[in-house]
Design a protein around this ligand. Structure first.
Ligand code: NIG
Ligand code: FE
Length: 413
């Protein structure tokens, strides 16, 4: 395996001397940077870094990259996606423009159920092929780690098929991938009037098989108005936890659903979406291990209210931001765009936004000991930018790809 020396780096971003697992509240404004820096990568790991003036004279490497005028960032950690899916859903998007709400579309059998119908007609190989293309696309925009959920299957065989696809992607892709079982993503039409029967299937049929085959790292439930209730969620999370599956849940996207509270109660790693978050929910999240995760792409695309990210950070909470890449509510996995949305729509400073999309995203996937920042011994997942004038330029110059070179596990990819 090649060793790589990157020299003359204009700014080495989020280079931690004392790495922490996440940043909370005021700490999110802290983005340790080194100007005119070098970075040495060896055996896939960060071996050393520092100022160019202090570069050891005997430092040799198999390959040297000159980053004059360019910056080096830790690769993005996108902690919430649904990027394994059978087909795009742009027709619904037009319905949305014409005025139908997300819930109205779901009621008409559109939305997630539409994807579930198409899932049955899609082979495992097709799912993998399409997802590989999406992974390639997000990698080129700087993402190095991604969480992917099931949840377009909605019956045991189809959910398993999605999880097999994610397992295959873990094998094939240079990205670090975490998989989440989301059997409780929507209620199939035939269980509309008997929702608890579907919950029983998730608990008694799906979870044992998913866990038995080691197909999921986490478990998720869409706990919201018109989807799964707090009671359904509790039952599913308890069943999952018996198999060691920690929750990462969809909560409070459509209403004050109690999803945040139930997530905290079951020590969820993250609670995600959070458009409907009030003072009570913020209080509940304080002094917990659960990281609130905001998905700006979905709120933007669906024209929803924006989660109170600023208020959360000012209250001392950590915040992660992720793409929610999916065909219905956020058809983009571009984390550079998420950086821009974080600052423009949610009033995070560029420093806070970068922490939210890297280190805190890594925490929300349970991998921040290994990834999410530049620290000695961490996996070498970084990107080199094009020539850019300042860190602030990253969120400011929105819509174009500022990433030039991506290095994952110490290899240029
Ligand atoms: O995170 N909120 C629930 N689930 C997805 C939407 C998936 C879809 O519409 O296909 C989300 O936005
Ligand atoms: Fe989602």
């Amino acid at each position: 395996m090649n060793s790589i020396l990157i020299k003359n780096i204009k700014t080495l971003v989020l280079a931690e001397e004392k790495p922490g697992l996440l940043k909370r509240g005021k700490e999110m404004a802290d983005l340790p940077c080194i100007q005119n820096a070098y970075l040495k990568i060896e055996k896939g790991k960060i071996a050393s870094f520092g100022r160019m003036e202090a570069i050891p004279i005997d430092l040799h490497s198999d390959q040297t990259l000159d980053a004059t005028g360019k910056m080096v960032f830790p690769a993005f950690c996108d902690s919430h996606t649904h990027l394994v899916y059978p087909a795009s859903r742009e027709i619904e998007y037009v319905d949305k423009i014409k005025g139908l709400s997300y819930e109205e579309i779901a009621k008409r059998g559109g939305g997630i159920l539409n994807s579930a119908k198409k899932m049955k007609e899609t082979s495992l190989a097709e799912l993998v092929d399409h997802a590989i293309e999406r992974l390639e696309e997000i990698k080129n925009m700087g993402t190095g780690a991604v969480e992917i959920k099931s949840g377009y299957g909605l019956d045991t065989d189809e959910e398993l098929k999605m999880l097999y696809a994610i397992r295959k992607l873990k094998e094939l892709s240079p990205l670090t991938i975490k998989s989440t079982f989301l059997g409780a993503h929507s209620i199939p039409a035939q269980y509309r009037n008997n929702q608890s029967e579907y919950v029983d299937i998730v608990i008694n049929e799906m979870i044992p098989q998913v866990a038995g085959e080691g197909l999921a790292d986490y478990i998720d439930v869409f706990c919201d108005k018109g989807f799964f209730t707090v009671e359904d969620t509790e039952r599913i999370l308890m069943a999952g936890m018996k198999y060691g599956l920690r929750p990462k849940i969809h909560a409070n996207e459509l209403d004050y659903s109690g999803g945040i509270q139930v997530g905290v109660k079951y020590n969820a790693l993250s609670v995600d979406h959070l458009e409907y978050t009030g003072d009570a929910e913020i209080e509940e999240l304080k002094n917990t291990e659960t990281i609130p995760t905001i998905l700006p792409g979905a709120a933007f695309f669906l024209g929803m209210v924006y989660a109170p990210a600023r208020k959360m950070i000012d209250a001392g909470l950590p915040v992660a931001m992720a793409s929610d890449f999916n065909p219905g509510s956020s058809p983009s996995g571009n984390m550079q765009l998420i950086l821009s949305m974080a600052s423009i729509l949610y009033r995070l400073t560029p420093e806070e936004a970068i922490n939210a999309c890297t280190l805190n995203g890594a925490y929300a996937m349970g991998i921040s000991e290994e990834l999410g920042s530049i620290a000695i011994g961490k996996t070498a997942n970084v990107f080199i930018t094009k020539k850019i004038p300042t860190i602030e330029f990253m969120p400011y110059y929105y819509g174009s790809n500022k990433v030039n070179t991506v290095i994952l596990n110490g290899e240029i990819v």
